[in-house]
Design a protein around this ligand. Structure first.
Ligand code: SAH
Length: 345
């Protein structure tokens, strides 16, 4: 496989082109074109001789849209093909303040959470930074945005994969995303969700990457959490909470806890009370999600009414919490399911 130029920072492109005897502004043109979602045939500003030379040795886009489903509420689900034929999915949700894309960070996932479709076949491979960027630029372009007038304003790393299990590529992706010469998406508009690989949290702190950090908690104690999420055996709740506090203290940004409500597993009054105890004491927000049914997993969703009661217990106990709106329910179910259907599972 050829090296992928969307993996390169502007400085790296400048060094590459300088070595070929080209002027620095050529690197900027190339970087802008890549972030506009253009491929070789459309990069008209680059100059034919240079383009011929580069395209013989490098690819510039790592993903192609192979399918798009649009829901009644405007949600768009994209299936992207990677250059090696692997398929990943991304979802664009439309809000009054702009459009948010939920991107994948890996093909598959090795975390194997008990409710999630992404980990059923394990990890296939990591995505490169340029492939993650490719999801954003392809959707931005498909929705008629460019780098000046963006159709995509927010990015959430909550699709297939565990971002902290692919930290180097994820952190490079964040840098590409916030490059002022490109899409220029501020990390204030980026959410990163982790199942709790705490070393990644400390690397974000060391790298001063201040995103909205979201922890997939899903249970208020180690007994329930270890039953749902194998990662809890390596990194139990106390470790996750300590890392969340460290991130808050370093960044000043409120952290978010995701809590998927699963009937009879984690939705009792007792669970709500324990959860309230756990997340109090520093600025946090709890996002309750009613489980998306995954047939291979056999777990059932908590009823809407029960979810509301659970929310009320949290609120009564001083916790900031909301129930996440389900979007695009008519076009496909939970995380990773569209891809599985496409590849024939
Ligand atoms: N690996 C990361 C990010 C990907 S999952 C993480 O664990 O946070 C994004 C969110 O969707 C996580 O909170 C995850 O637990 C949740 N999720 C996965 N499968 C789900 C399902 N079937 N129903 C509801 N939420 C689900």
């Amino acid at each position: 496989m050829k090296p992928l130029l969307s993996d390169y920072t502007l400085e790296q492109l400048q060094a590459l082109l300088a070595a070929l005897g080209e002027k620095p502004f050529r690197a900027r043109q190339l970087f802008e074109g890549i972030q506009q979602g253009k491929d070789w045939d459309e990069l008209t500003n680059v100059g034919k001789a240079l383009k011929d030379k580069l395209s013989a040795e490098y690819d510039c886009q790592g993903v192609k849209i192979v399918q798009k489903l649009v829901s009644k509420d405007g949600t768009c689900k994209y299936l992207f093909a990677l250059r090696d034929g692997n398929i990943i999915e991304g979802v664009v949700m439309r809000y009054h303040y702009g459009n948010t894309i939920c991107i994948s960070t890996q093909v598959g996932c090795r975390m194997n959470c008990g409710f999630c479709a992404s980990g059923i076949d394990g990890l296939v491979r990591n995505l490169s930074a340029g492939e993650m960027l490719g999801e954003v630029v392809a959707a931005n372009r498909d929705l008629e945005g460019d780098i000046k007038k963006r159709a995509i304003t927010n990015v959430v790393l909550m699709g297939s994969g565990e971002p902290m299990d692919n930290y180097d590529n994820v952190s490079l992706f964040l840098r590409l995303l916030m490059a002022p010469e490109g899409l220029n998406i501020s990390l204030r508009n980026v959410s990163l969700s982790t199942c709790g690989l705490v070393s990644g949290v400390d690397r974000l702190i060391a790298d001063k990457l201040w995103v909205t950090l979201t922890f997939s908690l899903h249970a208020p104690n180690d007994r329930i959490r270890s039953g749902l999420m194998p990662v809890n055996k390596a990194h139990p709740i106390a470790e996750v909470m300590a890392a969340a506090k460290r991130y808050f203290e370093a960044s000043g940004r409120r952290v978010v806890f995701e809590y998927t409500l699963i009937k009879g597993q984690n939705d009792s009054d007792q669970c709500a009370l324990e959860l309230a105890q756990l997340v109090r004491g520093f600025p946090t927000h709890v996002n309750l999600i009613v489980l998306n049914y995954v047939k291979e997993k056999g777990l059932q969703a908590t009823a809407r009414e029960r979810a509301k009661e659970f929310l009320q217990i949290l609120e009564k106990n001083g916790v900031s919490a909301t129930i996440r709106r389900t979007m695009g329910a008519d076009i496909e179910g939970a995380c990773g399911q569209l891809r599985r259907k496409y590849i024939g599972n």
